[in-house]
Design a protein around this ligand. Structure first.
Ligand SMILES: [Zn+2]
Length: 94
């Protein structure tokens, strides 16, 4: 097999507003729905409303964060997290 062994998301393809830091949009263990926009360089995009994080865990409690009032919140420790969310957050069958 030859070719690319990596797929990447560029900071400009995360969402349609300004992104300063990718670490504020995606977190460790997140499950992200992305669209392939360039097969040559294997580039991904999460700009569309239905794309982005679909499940996310609290880094402390290791349980899924709940979507509440436009933000993600841990039901146990009440920690709040920011993400580039998919409109399908929490609805996916994983
Ligand atoms: Zn927690």
């Amino acid at each position: 097999m030859a070719g690319n062994t990596q797929a990447a998301i560029h900071i400009s393809n995360v969402k349609d507003s300004y992104v300063q830091d990718l670490a504020q949009e995606f977190g460790y263990q997140d499950i992200v729905k992305a669209k392939v926009i360039d097969t040559k360089n294997m580039r991904l995009s999460t700009v569309d409303k239905n794309l982005g994080v679909i499940t996310s865990q609290c880094p402390r409690c290791k349980i899924n964060l709940k979507f509440e009032n436009g933000k993600l919140k841990c039901p146990k420790c009440e920690r709040r997290e920011n993400r580039k969310l998919s409109q399908d957050y929490g609805k996916g069958l994983i």
